[in-house]
Ligand binder design. Structure first.
Ligand SMILES: *Cc1c(COP(=O)(O)O)cnc(C)c1O
Length: 380
């Protein structure tokens, strides 16, 4: 029987408390379990402790995947998954705008593994087609993108990949499985930084990979060699946090649309980037492949406003790195997440110095609006 999203969030992947009948999962902290003589002996670095094993079922069910694994960070998940399907001599095509850490991994590490790569506009069929080589094994996408919320046409990319016998991998961190399920659209492997929406309270670093049994077998054999497993205390906290994933993300998505409309009507804002707005150039595409538009948006502050005074003027909304928590946060991509790009690269990507990235939390939008209005006047 198909369970509803909230029921999956609350109940899938619970560890049954057979001793006391407690309502929540007991936390098993053992690193040593009775040896069963099989390859599958329980050991946390084999990603199969009771809590790790059960939590991966929750993530797999949410992503409509056959199987999943939980990692110590989003980057551990991304790098392990990539190196599970790529080997020396292979080529990978990546979307131009991806998370900075992923880009750094590609640029700084791939060469020494003998893996070639091309960054392209994956929505541009001729660019994608001309990047394709006989050695291409993987196309890597991230949608909506950071920080300008561009939407990748998932169906078009996966169709192209399947026609050419190439695997696809999607970073689903921004949308979360509540708003987008890439596997249902033909993507082979989904990865997450669970540090963001899955954790949702800015107190966990974790990651996840979800795919078919066959691919996850390969991911597992790399994962136990690389050793990027997640400690069971954090596994437990992540399972507890994910019980409210649908409630949180639904409220964040509703709030983000309200805030996007508010900002679009503000004289202090030149442009708002949010796939839920009709003014977003890919609004129709977003509508066709997303179940909700998510809690992330960005906006260009008007040149009359000073961005650092704007940040200082915010009292409720915090100016911090990271995203996806229940609390609203902002940052300057130029100064933080995209500071390693050259000014020319930022310009080419459309990242202006007055761009503000806004991770909308679950607070009341009336309070968020008041905070923004105050900060706008402080910034003049
Ligand atoms: C944060 C983030 C990552 C990296 O995750 P960590 O948990 O910090 O390792 C990857 N992709 C996206 C889209 C992110 O926002």
């Amino acid at each position: 029987m198909q369970k509803g999203l909230n029921t999956i969030c609350v109940h899938t992947g619970e560890v049954e408390d057979k001793v006391f009948g407690g309502a929540v999962s007991p936390m098993y902290l053992s690193t040593a379990y009775e040896y069963d003589g099989l390859e599958t002996s329980i050991y946390p670095r084999y990603f199969n402790s009771p809590n790790q094993h059960k939590l991966s079922e929750k993530i797999a069910e949410l992503e409509k995947a056959e199987s999943a694994l939980i990692f110590g960070s989003g980057m551990a998940a991304i790098t392990t998954a990539m190196l599970s399907v790529l080997r020396s001599g292979d080529h990978v095509i990546l979307q131009n705008q991806i998370y900075g850490g992923t880009r750094n991994f590609i640029v700084e590490e791939c060469q020494q593994y003998g893996i070639a790569y091309s960054f392209v506009d994956v929505n541009n069929w001729s660019e994608l087609n001309s990047a394709l080589q006989a050695e291409t094994k993987l196309i890597y996408i991230e949608t909506p993108s950071n920080p300008l919320l561009e939407i990748t046409d998932v169906a078009a990319v996966t169709k192209f990949a399947k026609e050419n016998n190439v695997l696809t991998m999607a970073d689903n961190t921004f949308a979360s499985p509540i708003n987008q399920r890439p596997i249902e659209q033909g993507v082979d492997i989904v990865i997450h930084s669970a540090t963001k929406y899955l954790g949702g309270h800015s107190d966990i670093t974790a990651g996840a990979v979800a795919s078919t049994h066959d691919i996850m077998k390969k991911v597992f054999s790399k994962a136990k060699n690389f050793g990027g497993s997640l400690a069971d205390q954090t596994v437990w906290l992540l399972e507890r946090s994910m019980k409210t994933l649908n409630l949180r993300v639904s409220q964040q998505s509703n709030n983000a649309l309200v805030m996007a409309e508010f900002l679009e009507n503000s004289e202090h804002v030149d442009k708002v980037y949010y796939p839920g707005l009709k003014s977003h150039p890919q609004h129709e595409l977003a509508k066709s492949q997303m179940l909700g538009f998510g809690g992330m948006l960005s906006f260009d502050l008007n040149e009359k406003c000073d961005i650092s005074r704007f940040f200082k003027g915010l009292k409720l909304i915090k100016n911090v790195l990271s995203l996806g928590g229940v609390e609203s946060t902002v940052l300057s991509p130029e100064k933080t997440s995209h500071s390693l790009l050259t000014p020319e690269e930022r310009k080419a990507q459309g990242i202006k110095s007055n761009l503000v990235r806004f991770s909308v939390g679950i607070e009341d939008t009336s309070d968020l609006k008041r905070d923004l209005r105050m900060a706008f006047s402080e910034s003049l």
